[in-house]
Design a binder for this molecule. Structure first.
Ligand SMILES: [Zn+2]
Length: 623
């Protein structure tokens, strides 16, 4: 059943206009729409034939790039062969691991020089150069038709500060239940010429590698491992790991990723309910990927070299400095690009109407420009806006230098007509623009300023949702902003308040799905509007810029947020604000702005309660 069918039922029950139906359908913004669960199924697109050359191993490059470890271990293992996959088979297993990583026919790129890294940064960010942080070098072969990526990772990890480090930990979110049965496996690991074994934990979403000798602060260790990521056969989560019906490969968790260190200890939380799993230090990435010729590749970072062949393959080399997660979408897609202030914005689409894809691209470029002026310059050289058949009702998902927009969101366009008789002249309600602006805002609040998405999800989601409503206000005017606040941001929170408030500072899984939507995205966004009115435009934006600067490529916490705020409103007031709006549960409907559109509805508690119950029922329908 489609989201719209649910909307019609809800309208019929509520007896309200279609605005409410829509609002319940969209549920307050991008990630929130995910929560419509089984109520929405993306349209099935018949598989289009893609010419995927399947080659015998002999035509692949056989010589890996030299590394110190290679000199130590003889290459005696037979090369894997690439088994042809019959068309329409969803997945075929990749070849078994050879015993040593250097036996893989995967060329790992050399470490880029400083000028080569700078190509990945926006003109204003180049002046500051690139700093010392983990460097991932990956040589990979991508087989979209069979649904797997095989790679060889060489990771240089500079240990900055803390106690002696005895192990490195990695996350393998591909193995989380939300990844739909995808698998990440690693082969033989080599550190300083010695073999090491992974010790799996956290439901196989993490593994620990003990170092041959402990690492002192200031030292760097290099580790090498082959890995394979295979897409699952069932749909899962938001469709972040999938082979689409039309043969595209979506890899959100496509490689083993360093686990975050907190006070010298790895953060190895098992997968949690609600929100995003991913959280990692910003790192520098260099990749050399081989994929079938003619296939489009949307990925984080900037392509620095492309070469054709041999035998129907192409090789793409990418650098991606300051990247928290490197994401790949490969397959048959159209590409359009525009350039603004030296930043290239690419749109990739497959099923969206061309005009809508162009609109999403222009909204993204506009949001980049406006956010750059308001918060601080966009730091990367490129941004990709990629249409993906997201699942579970997802409307959009952020990554570093890349945003995914659900294919169903394109074409929804201006929904002002849907506001119908409920509020004539209420301005436009632009869902596509709102979703695009939300994901673009994550480039600042997630990309530049990291935070613990498990323990303090309000830090990025609240500010990102506020930023998106701010973009609507700047791009479409105050009337459109009012409709957006009413229907896309605050509606679930208003409904929640009928049962009482909840703290904003809770970890993700402590909320029900519905409360997560209402509190983290609704209340979490509204606190910024309250602050803006309380301390004035000038100090408010100075606060946001200071917060960004303070945590640039690092981590924010609730404590550091409050301390930064204290610089702009005084310690006492900042702490009182934090206690009331972040830690407290005392907010009532009276603390929200009046809503001419929704107030008549909420004056009838029975009706509001009924809507809340219906939303709850929808959530429970999710598998
Ligand atoms: Zn978000």
């Amino acid at each position: 059943m489609s989201r719209w069918a649910w909307a019609v039922i809800l309208i019929a029950i509520a007896g309200a206009g279609c605005g409410i139906g829509f609002a319940l359908g969209a549920l307050a913004g991008p990630e929130l729409a995910r929560r419509m669960g089984t109520a929405y199924r993306a349209p099935t697109v018949p598989a289009a034939p893609i010419a995927t050359p399947i080659l015998p191993a002999a035509t692949l490059p056989l010589r890996p790039s030299p590394s110190p470890e290679e000199a130590l271990v003889p290459t005696a293992t037979p090369l894997p062969t690439y088994t042809p996959t019959p068309p329409r088979t969803r997945t075929a297993p990749p070849p078994a691991f050879p015993e040593t990583p250097e036996a893989l026919p995967l060329e790992v790129p050399d470490p880029p020089s400083e000028p080569e890294w700078l190509v990945g940064l926006s003109p204003p960010a180049r002046a500051a150069g690139v700093d010392r942080r983990p460097v991932y070098r990956i040589g990979g072969v991508l087989e979209p038709q069979s649904g797997w990526l095989r790679g060889r990772l060489i990771l240089a990890f500079p240990y900055e500060e803390g106690p002696l480090l005895r192990a490195l930990c990695f996350r393998a979110w591909a193995n989380a239940p939300a990844s739909g049965g995808a698998r990440l496996e690693v082969g033989g690991i080599w550190i300083r010429g010695q073999p090491a074994s992974p010790e799996w934990s956290a439901d196989r979403t993490a593994f620990t590698v003990t170092l041959p000798s402990p690492l002192q602060p200031g030292e760097t260790v290099e580790l090498e491992m082959p890995f394979t990521v295979t897409i699952g056969t069932r749909a899962g989560g938001y469709g972040l790991m999938q082979k689409t019906g039309d043969g595209r490969l979506v890899l959100y968790y496509g490689y083993p990723e360093l686990a975050r260190l907190r006070e010298g200890h790895c953060v190895l939380d098992p997968p949690w309910e609600n929100g995003d799993l991913h959280q990692a230090e910003a790192a520098h990435f260099a990749l050399r990927l081989r994929l079938p010729e003619g296939m489009a590749l949307a990925a984080s970072g900037v392509t620095v070299r492309e070469s054709a062949g041999p035998g129907g393959w192409q090789t793409v080399e990418i650098v991606a400095p300051y990247t928290r997660n490197f994401v790949i979408i490969a397959g048959d897609m159209q590409k359009i690009s525009i350039e603004r202030d030296g930043i290239r914005v690419n749109g990739f689409y497959r099923n969206a109407p061309a005009a809508e894809a162009r609109r999403a691209l222009e909204d993204a470029a506009d949001a980049l420009e406006r956010f750059g002026k308001a918060f601080g310059d966009y730091p990367l050289a490129e941004l990709d806006v990629v249409e993906v058949p997201l699942q579970g009702g997802a409307a959009g998902v952020e990554a570093s230098g890349l945003v995914m927009i659900g294919e169903d969101v394109y074409g929804m366009g201006d929904l002002s007509g849907l506001l119908g008789g409920l509020s004539p002249g209420s301005g436009s309600l632009d869902l596509l623009g709102f979703v695009v602006a939300h994901e673009v805002a994550h480039q600042w609040w997630y990309g530049v300023v990291g935070n613990d998405a498990h323990r303090e999800p309000w830090l990025d989601e609240g500010l990102t949702n506020w930023s998106s409503a701010f973009w609507v206000e700047q791009a479409h005017g105050p009337e459109a902003a009012r409709a957006t606040w009413d229907l896309l941001v605050l509606l679930p929170y208003r409904l929640r308040l009928m049962e009482g408030d909840l703290p904003l500072s809770w970890p993700a899984e402590r909320y029900s799905e519905l409360d997560y939507a209402a509190i983290v995205y609704g209340k979490g966004a509204w606190i910024y509007e309250v602050l803006r009115r309380e301390i004035g435009e000038e100090r408010f934006f100075a606060f946001l810029r200071r917060y960004l600067q303070r945590h640039r490529w690092g981590w924010a916490t609730g404590d550091s947020w409050r301390e930064t705020l204290a610089e702009f409103m005084g310690k006492e007031r900042a702490e009182a604000f934090y206690r009331r709006w972040v830690e407290g549960r005392e907010i009532t409907e009276k603390d929200l702005p009046p809503s001419p559109m929704l107030d008549p509805l909420f004056q009838d508690p029975a009706l509001g309660g009924l809507l809340w119950d219906l939303l709850r029922a929808l959530m429970q329908a999710e598998p």
